[in-house]
Structure formats: C-alpha cells, structure tokens
Design a protein around this ligand. Structure first.
Ligand SMILES: O=C([O-])CC(=O)C(=O)O
Ligand SMILES: [Mg+2]
Length: 572
C-alpha cells in the first residue's frame, strides 16, 4: 500500500497527515527553507556528506565544498562503524553517535537500524544513563526543548521556537527518576532524546516529528547542584502548586500548539508525580506513561511468551515483585487485568495472586493505612514479612520480578529459593541501567543451575553454562513504545486505553519463534524490531478502531502493511 503523504525534500513519509501542513506552507519567520551550499552541509536533516552525487553537487552549490570522492551510504556506514568500534569506552561511542546525529541524521538512523544490537546499548540503556549523569560536561548542541521555571507564562512561545512545526510525538521528563539513577534534573534531557531516537529507528516515526523535552523545576541532587558544569536550574525542586502549574501550562500549550493528536510520553517522573499526571491527563490528552504502561506491556508480553517454557496459563501463576513503584504496580495491574479478562474473574480477585515487596517488606493488609494509593490494591491478607527472601519462602511465587531500581537484590539465596520451589523459575530483573539490575544473567543461570528463564531491563551478553548457551531476553519498554506510538499515529487515535497495551503485548509475544525459545529467549531479537514494531502498531491500531478511539478514515484494510509502508526510511 502506498503511504498517503510523502514529505518533499527529505524523502521521508508522514504517518499522521491529517493536521499536517507541508514545510512550505509552514514557512514563517522562524523557519528557513531547505538550505543549499555550505549551510546544506551543516543541516543534519538534509546533509549527505560525501554521498552527494555529482548532479547534486552542481544543483545545490556544493562544488568545491566537498573533496572529489563520491561515497555510497554503505561506504559511509562502514567507515563510521570502524571508527565507533575503535573507541574503548561506551561514553565515547555515545558521543560519536550524537555527533553523527547532529551532522547527518539519515546516516545516524541507517547505522542504528542496521546495527541495532550493537548500537542500542550505546544510544540507549545502559550508556544513556551515564550520559545523563555527565550531560553537562559532554554537552554539545541542544537536541530538544528546555522548559524551566524561568519559562513560566511563556511556554506557548517556547514551543514556537522549535523549528519543526508538525510534531507527532513528545517525550517529556522532569528528570526526577532517570532510570534507576535517581534525580538527574535537567540532564534527564538525554533520556527524552534517546527515547525519541528509538521512536524513529525502531518505530519508523519521522525524526522531524519528534520533540524531546526536559521540564526543569530544579534538582535535589547535591552533586549536580555543586557541579560547575550542571546545565539546569541551580535550585532545589519546586513542588506542589508551583510544580503542577508549570506542568499544566505545558500540557495546555502542547494542545494549543499542536492540536489533539500529538502523543505525549511521560518518562522517568518520580512515582508521586507519575501516577498523578497520568490520572489527571489521560482523559483530556493523548498521553502514555512509558514507565507505568510501556514497561507493563513489555513484561506482560514476556510472561505470556514464557508460558511456552514454564507451562500453565497466566492465571495459574503466582507473582512476586521486588519494588512497588511505577513499574512494579503498573505491571502488576496489567497482569491482573489480563487474567481478569481471560477468566471472567473480577480484578479484585485476580490481584490476589500478585504480591509486592517494597523497602518495608511484603505489602500486607496491616500496612494499608500507611501506604500511598498506588500500593493499596496490593495489600493482601498475610502476616508481616520483612524481606524478599522470607517473602519468596512464604508466597512461593513462580515468577519473580525486580522493579526496585536497586542493584544486586536478587541474591544467591533468593535465586536458590526460587529454584527449589520451581522447576523453571521465571526471573525478570528489570531495573536499569546494568548497575541497578537486581541480578546479572550469569548469576541467574549459575545460581539456578541453568534452570531459570531470565530476562532483564538492561542488556546482558549470552552466557554459557555447562556447555549450553543461554540468551537472556531484554525486557525493556523499547520493544513496546516505538510500535505502540506508530499504532497510535497510523490510526489517529485520540486517547490511550489499557486494552491497547494488551494488544501491544499480545503482538510482541506472538513474534517469538521456536528458535528463540530453544535458546531460552522469551522475546524476539531486537534485530527484527522494525517488523515487530509494525505488528505491534497494527494490533494497537486495530484495537483503537475497535474501541472507537481511532480517527483516521477509511481504516486501512491491511494494518501491518500500512504500518510498514508508513515507516520512516533513512535511505538517501
Ligand atoms: O529507559 C529504559 O531503559 C527503560 C525505562 O523506561 C526505565 O528504566 O526507566
Ligand atoms: Mg523510563
């Protein structure tokens, strides 16, 4: 199927064209038309470097500005990969990739798509975490919009300063809980940029339709407050009314500027704000919280897929979580919701096979009054249990999920206890980056004597145990949000519904092959992520139509094909 719109000039396709005007129609004093000559070489969106052909060199006033050799995109890729592989440190590779993104965007995406297994850990988790920690000292060009308390009252104006006018996806963070690394303030921008690079590379959303945003209300990170290179406001975090007013102004300004159909992804907000913002805006805006909803969907997919290895139905299993924040309670709720749909048992009942441990021990009824609202549904009847190991012994879970943000908490004793209860314990160590993972792949396989089915949020290399190679899966929301976003855009969905998260999980689980299972994998490999994303997008879009939330008419007959044909291609 042919895509409906093709943008002039940059050879990329639009996937949600209803509101869109072409770049030409949108020319205002703030935008410039496509550059030529010297400025073309410095325009990352259109630059091709040595790959400009003889004809293009004549047409765009490039004669003499480039050396005589004409390279293919493949040759450019080869050279760049050679260069990147020479760097020892992941952060050096990260900087090389950012510089490429700022120099030649299409080459950046081509490289990322074709070498996704190697480069995902560089532009994304875990390296992006280190990059955010050091963002001030490695700062180059701004890659997104910074909205701080100084911009209060002027946010519409700030949005207008961004050169691209037809935005389809915004990733916004306030930097308070970046991965499992805590408060990184304004330097959380690195996460917004990284997530949106994945929207384009893995989900095929046009890069020019993506807008990374950091909301800066200060930071409580002393180290950053005392860091001379810190790029954010040097003050402690604003809270309460001041905080909520700024966020509200932002939400309203987005709608005013870009209309109803821009997807706003909340990323790495602290628990106390994440739940509240999602609840507040999900009925009035097209919002998605990646840490609550994206993580829930990817983990549900992993558990459903793992049933082929561990047996039983979803309803047969007992779940124990370490960590009862956004990820933990989000996953727990989506699993309970799915079981309830499958069995026709009310969700209040299906929650009872899901237990959560937080820093104070097992969440039980006697603690209910002192719990924040998002933990209350999990306060089941049980005597107090003080730590994870005791909880494993008391609850006897079949599935253990780490979402605590605290590394090395799945100890040898915990994994051994899981292995004594289960023939094939399912162990998911979700916290990021690698330093915060609840255990390593090596630990899970060794301590379970090769019996664990293991997946983790951050990537681990395959591990050989007693002659067998185990390939750990990466239970990271990166599998979900790019395809999920694409599904929203191709259907013109105006709201996110939990059933769309189930649809995404179902599509992802369906992509795991026998070959994958044979290696112990419960997710398909990232190398086929564009295909996976198209299937996720199609399933999400189908659900949006079914729920009456889709606005694109007519509904494309073959949604997988339509998703594929709508995807951004970085080929020159
Ligand atoms: O960014 C990632 O790798 C996954 C995620 O959302 C988080 O850990 O907060
Ligand atoms: Mg996150």
């Amino acid at each position: 199927m042919k895509s409906t719109l093709k943008e002039e000039g940059d050879g990329v396709q639009d996937i949600n064209g209803q509101h869109r005007a072409t770049e030409k129609q949108l020319v205002t004093p703030r935008t410039s038309s496509v550059a030529s000559g010297y400025s073309l070489l410095r325009d990352p969106r259109h630059n091709k470097g040595l790959a400009f052909t003889e004809k293009e060199r004549d047409a765009h006033h490039l004669r003499g500005l480039l050396p005589p050799a004409v390279a293919t995109q493949q040759l450019q890729e080869k050279r760049l990969m050679q260069n990147i592989r020479q760097y020892q440190l992941p952060l050096q590779k990260f900087i090389a990739m950012i510089e490429l993104q700022e120099r030649n965007e299409r080459l950046f995406y081509k490289l990322l798509i074709e070498n996704v297994t190697e480069l995902l850990p560089i532009v994304y988790t875990p390296t992006v975490g280190e990059a955010c920690q050091k963002y001030g000292s490695i700062f180059r060009r701004p890659q997104g919009l910074y909205i701080s308390l100084k911009e209060k009252g002027k946010i519409v104006e700030v949005l207008k300063n961004w050169p691209q006018k037809s935005i389809q996806v915004i990733v916004v963070t306030d930097g308070e809980r970046i991965l499992g690394l805590g408060d990184l303030g304004c330097q959380g921008m690195g996460i917004s940029v990284g997530k949106l690079s994945l929207y384009a590379a893995l989900g095929g959303v046009r890069p020019s339709a993506c807008l990374p945003i950091a909301i800066d209300v200060g930071t409580n990170n002393e180290k950053l407050l005392n860091d001379e290179f810190y790029i954010g406001l040097k003050q402690r975090r604003a809270t309460g009314k001041e905080y909520y007013e700024l966020v509200h102004e932002f939400m309203m300004a987005v709608k005013q500027n870009y209309g109803e159909k821009v997807l706003i992804q909340f990323e790495d907000f602290a628990n106390h704000n994440a739940f509240e913002l999602l609840a507040k805006y999900r009925t009035s805006h097209l919002v998605f919280n990646d840490d609550i909803q994206g993580t829930a969907s990817v983990v549900l997919a992993g558990v459903v897929s793992a049933l082929k290895l561990i047996g039983g139905t979803l309803a047969d299993h007992t779940f124990l979580f370490l960590g009862a924040g956004e990820a933990g309670t989000g996953i727990a709720e989506l699993i309970a919701y799915e079981v309830s749909k499958q069995t026709n048992v009310p969700i209040e009942e299906t929650r009872k096979k899901i237990w959560l441990v937080d820093s104070k021990g097992l969440i039980v009824r006697s603690r209910k009054d002192s719990l924040p609202h998002f933990k209350k549904p999990w306060a089941h009847e049980h005597q107090p249990v003080k730590d994870l190991l005791s909880a494993v012994k008391a609850i006897k879970p079949t599935v253990l999920i780490g979402s605590s943000g605290v590394g090395r908490t799945f100890t040898k004793e915990v994994i051994e206890a899981m292995s004594s209860i289960n023939q094939k314990p399912l162990i998911m160590a979700l916290s990021n980056p690698t330093s915060q993972s609840e255990c390593t792949a090596e630990e899970a396989y060794t301590w379970s004597k090769g019996r664990a089915i293991f997946a983790s949020g951050s990537p681990f290399d395959p591990f050989k145990y007693k002659g067998k190679t185990f390939v750990p899966g990466q239970a990271n929301n990166a599998y979900i949000f790019p395809g999920f976003g694409l599904g929203i855009l191709i259907s013109g969905a105006v709201r996110v519904h939990d059933d769309m998260l189930l649809a995404a999980a179902e599509a992802l689980a369906a992509q795991v092959s026998k070959e994958n299972y044979d290696k112990g994998m419960i997710y398909p490999p990232f190398s086929s992520i564009r295909k996976i994303s198209a299937h996720i997008a199609a399933n999400v879009a189908a659900k949006a139509y079914e729920l009456g939330l889709a606005t694109r008419r007519p509904r494309p007959a073959d949604l997988v094909k339509y998703a594929e044909s709508s995807m951004y291609s970085p080929v020159y």
